[in-house]
Design a protein around this ligand. Structure first.
Ligand code: ADP
Length: 443
């Protein structure tokens, strides 16, 4: 069975799920990390620019107040207190540049500058080294690198753990199903996750187990009826063989042979009826039975079936009465429905002793038609009641009567194939009532 042992395709569902999870997590986190970095860098740059422009304002006003001397004093005074030296240059109209301050080891390329031209044409220029900022950002990048690495690790581990816990119940289900298919043991059940949660997998497991219950029931029923059929076939076939054997062993005599052959035909007929009925039941149950549905007056069907048993009932001393009903039309297969009515009436007459009664009614109730067969016969034992519909089941009390134990199985199968139901109520020693309900033909 290749579908059981099939190796999972690569990458497996679980791995794909884990990768998807990790990728989403990492991408989301990366966006956040980059945004953080970018915002930090931007705000640091802005802070530098603010410092520069505020210093530029200070210096420009000092210059205007007291010329170059005042500016130089301001710059010097500030350099004593400020932690970081700024670059300050003054270029007057004569394009003579004067550098007033310059950070140690300055690199003109790594300088953020701003300048202001005063009213007299002098240009004051202030620059701030970006070294400190770059250094800070470099550290920040290193920190973010570690954070990123952690995120990736967490994502992979998380993805793995989450996926594992999501896939584990599916694996368990798969393994159990595989085991059941391999061993063919329908009494095995898939264990629930045990966490008492009613999640989707547990639901599936429960359904799967319910399906197994049903399959097991069907298989058991099939085995049972196969056993019954084999058992019930053995008797007529053994008799058939015995009759033929005895005829062969006896001295040649045409009359004796004729009699033996007639017996053989009778036994074969019995077997054939049994097999045909069994096949009819199977067909009806599986929905394969060909039904020639047509609108039928239920009372006509009943009348014909009752006619069939009038003589039998009379000779037995049973009063068989069909109560003329209201006009009820059903859409059904005439032959099959007659068979249903005949089987029920046959049983009622068969299991009702002399001076009993059998009453057949046709009733109607909203959208359903009822065919009811009541008898005042021997009744059915409560413990046998649920089993009378089983194939080949025969009640203890009915051993003396002819029959195959297939009549009611066929009745039920045919009625259900017509979309109807059949019920029974019975009281031991008082009688039984069988009721067939069929949907009414739409007008
Ligand atoms: P059978 O060939 O034995 O009549 P059925 O399938 O028609 O087989 O019925 C199964 C069993 O149900 C019978 O053996 C009998 O025990 C019981 N049964 C059916 N109909 C009646 C009835 N009207 N009264 C009493 N018992 C009945």
């Amino acid at each position: 069975m290749s579908y059981v042992n099939r190796k999972p395709r690569f990458p497996t569902f679980g791995l794909r799920l884990a990768l998807w999870y990790a990728t989403l997590f990492v991408v989301g986190s990366m966006v956040i990390v980059f945004l953080t970095y970018w915002l930090t860098a931007a705000s640091l740059a802005q802070r530098d620019r603010q410092i520069i422009s505020s210093k530029l304002g200070d210096y420009a006003s000092a210059y205007q107040r007291g010329g170059l001397g005042a500016l130089a004093d301001t710059v010097r005074a500030e350099q004593r207190t400020a932690p970081e030296r700024l670059f300050v240059r003054v270029v007057d109209r004569g394009a003579e540049a004067l550098v007033l301050s310059q950070p140690e080891g300055w690199d003109p390329a790594a300088l953020e500058t701003a300048s202001l031209r005063l009213r007299d044409g002098t240009l004051v220029q202030v620059g701030k080294s970006t070294d400190a900022r770059r250094d800070l950002l470099a550290r920040f990048r290193a920190a973010l690198g570690i954070v990123t690495l952690t995120i990736v690790l967490v994502a992979l581990t998380g993805g793995f753990v989450v996926t594992r816990s999501a896939v584990l119940p599916i694996r368990r289900l798969t393994r159990a199903v595989g085991r059941i298919i391999r061993t063919g043991r329908t009494d095995e059940r898939v264990p629930l996750s045990g966490e008492g949660s009613d999640d989707a997998i547990d639901e599936l497991t429960t359904l799967f187990n319910a399906m197994l219950d049903r399959i097991e029931g069907l298989v058991t029923a099939m085995r049972g009826s196969l056993d019954n059929v084999s058992h019930d076939l053995r008797t007529p076939l053994t008799r058939l063989r015995g009759t033929a054997e005895m005829a062969l062993a006896s001295p040649p005599d045409v009359d004796r042979y004729r009699e033996a052959l007639a017996d053989c035909v009778e036994e074969s007929d019995r077997v054939l009826v049994m097999l045909n009925t069994l096949m009819d039941i199977s067909e009806a149950e599986s929905g394969a039975m060909q039904l020639h549905r047509e609108p039928l007056r239920l009372s006509d069907v009943v009348a014909r079936a009752v006619d069939l048993y009038r003589d039998v009932a009379e000779s037995k001393g049973v009063v068989l009465t069909a109560h003329p009903p209201a006009d009820v039309v059903v859409t059904a297969d005439q032959t099959r429905l007659e068979q249903v009515a005949a089987n029920l009436i046959d049983n009622a007459v068969k299991y009702t002793p002399a001076s009993g009664r059998v009453d057949v009614d046709v009733l109607r109730q909203s959208d359903r038609a009822f065919l009811r067969v009541r008898d005042t016969g021997v009744g059915i034992r409560p413990d046998e009641l649920p089993r009378i519909w089983d194939r080949l089941f025969r009640g203890d009390a009915s051993r003396a009567e002819r029959g195959l134990g297939l009549g009611l199985s066929l009745v039920r199968a045919v009625v259900e194939a017509h979309g109807g139901t059949v019920d029974v109520t019975s009281e031991l020693g008082k009688g039984s009532t069988f009721t067939v309900a069929l949907p009414i033909a739409p007008m």
